[in-house]
Design a protein around this ligand. Structure first.
Ligand code: ADP
Length: 429
């Protein structure tokens, strides 16, 4: 097996896909692994993104998971490591961005240049920009963006130098916009200056893709890069790779088509409505019916789908508006309702693939996707062409689809246009 070039460690699942998608668009063939693989890489790829669930766990656990991912990526030959976090720099009071970044620097200490790394969540395509070290979400500072009220990772300060310094032992500096705009040489000169001042990590300004493309060449050979997914667009060029259709090539799609949706976000609810309005068959799963007889309701859903699938895609969904979600949660409990619906939809997905011959599957919902991927025993995804920003088609092996695997796309809540379901399935055909 050819060695990989870039080894990536992502602190959550949909963030991993977002990064993989950007790397593919910039010309790399990418495999996303769910957790640290137990085996060497099976497919050939330029980059592997290991998806962890380390964003909100205690810092020492996040460090341990990330170091395990690093060791595996090094064993696959990775020349550069990319630690990927959220474009809103989501972190708990204890980190985990700083502690993980520094643990990776320590672990890479035998490599020249590992005494310094950058940090920037900038992703201008998604309205995340960094200016004078401050993170903007759209037109407002991070701490006015709603992120100040996030249930798990509230972000009350938009000054990333200050946020990161509070999480780091090493000194944190800034590579500001005037330097970035002057291009790769100016950035490298500034890095030299910061190093001489004893700075170990520097936040980098970027307000446009041009800035990210200036940054890319300046990061050539740096053992560790830490960033959101935006910086990825400027890295493949350092390895002699350019955007091409072959990076996103997947096996030819076969089999039947279906959509499973457990996301209750506004965008997903619109997508469900649009699919039904287009005249396609759709079946709503009622969480209270599931609570009464889960196996019965799942079997009924599969029996409903069986005769319809031959004529085109079907949708099985639990997506509902916030009033009905609240009512269900009041009756079943928030956690229990979520787990029940996730488990049922995952069993439906497994049945659609394993028993009914579905080989092209759209899944809506981050947690729902995690449950479906687990039920399908999927551990690695080959990343294909983008459907909508941040959402690519993938191909995976699964014991439920023993001959040739299946195509699937995993859409987190608020991503995708209203016609996403039909558009995605039409794109694959
Ligand atoms: P998103 O990406 O939009 O956040 P997720 O799949 O991550 O979507 O989360 C949606 C959560 O809501 C899941 O835990 C799912 O099981 C749960 N859920 C889905 N439908 C319902 C419903 N009708 N009532 C209550 N909870 C639901």
């Amino acid at each position: 097996m050819k060695k990989i070039l870039l080894g990536c460690i992502a602190d959550d699942f949909t963030g991993a896909t977002d990064l993989a998608n950007n790397l593919v668009r910039a010309g790399m063939r990418v495999v996303q692994a769910i957790g640290v693989p137990a085996q060497p890489l099976a497919a050939s790829a330029d980059a592997v993104v290991v998806a962890l669930k380390s964003r909100t766990v205690p810092a020492d656990e996040a460090v341990a998971q990330s170091l395990a991912a690093l060791r595996w990526l090094q064993a696959q030959g990775a020349q550069q490591i990319y630690f990927k976090y959220c474009s809103t720099f989501d972190s708990t009071a204890q980190g985990n961005i700083g502690p993980v970044a520094e643990a990776l620097m320590d672990a890479l200490a035998d490599q020249p240049g590992s005494d310094f790394t950058i940090a920037t969540p900038a992703f201008p395509d998604n309205q995340r920009t960094v200016f004078k070290g401050h993170l903007f979400v759209g037109d407002v500072l991070l701490n006015d963006s709603g992120m100040q009220n996030h249930p798990l990772t509230p972000m009350a300060d938009a000054n990333l130098v200050r946020v990161l310094q509070a999480q780091c032992r090493r000194k944190v500096g800034l590579i500001d916009h005037r330097v970035v705009a002057q291009g790769p040489q100016a950035i490298q000169d500034r890095i030299g200056q910061l190093r001489a001042e004893g700075v170990g990590l520097a936040v980098v300004d970027a307000v446009s893709n041009d800035d990210l493309m200036c940054l890319g060449p300046a990061l050539k050979g740096m053992p560790l890069v830490t960033a959101g997914s935006g910086v990825a667009i400027g890295l493949p060029g350092n390895f002699g790779l350019a955007p091409s259709g072959t990076a996103s090539a997947l096996p030819v799609a076969t089999g039947l088509q279906a959509v499973v949706s457990g996301s209750c976000s506004l965008a997903t609810n619109r997508q469900v409505k649009a699919f039904i309005a287009s005249g396609r068959p759709a079946l709503a799963l009622d969480p209270l019916a599931l609570a009464a007889d889960e196996p019965g309701a799942v079997a009924q859903a599969l029996d409903w789908a069986r005769p319809l699938l031959g004529a085109g895609p079907v949708l099985i969904y639990s997506s509902a508006d916030s009033a009905s979600v609240k009512s269900v949660q009041a009756q079943l409990g928030v956690q229990a309702a979520g787990e029940l619906v996730e488990r049922a939809l995952a069993t439906v997905a497994r049945g659609l693939v394993g028993r009914l011959g579905v080989r092209q599957l759209v899944v809506a919902g981050g947690e729902t996707s995690g449950a479906c991927v687990q039920a399908l025993n999927i551990t690695q995804l080959q990343i294909g062409p983008q459907i909508d920003p941040g959402v690519p088609w993938c191909h995976a092996r699964s014991d439920a689809a023993p001959n040739g695997g299946l195509h699937l796309t995993l859409k987190s809540g608020n991503f995708g246009s209203d016609d996403f379901f039909s558009k995605a399935l039409a794109q694959l055909a």
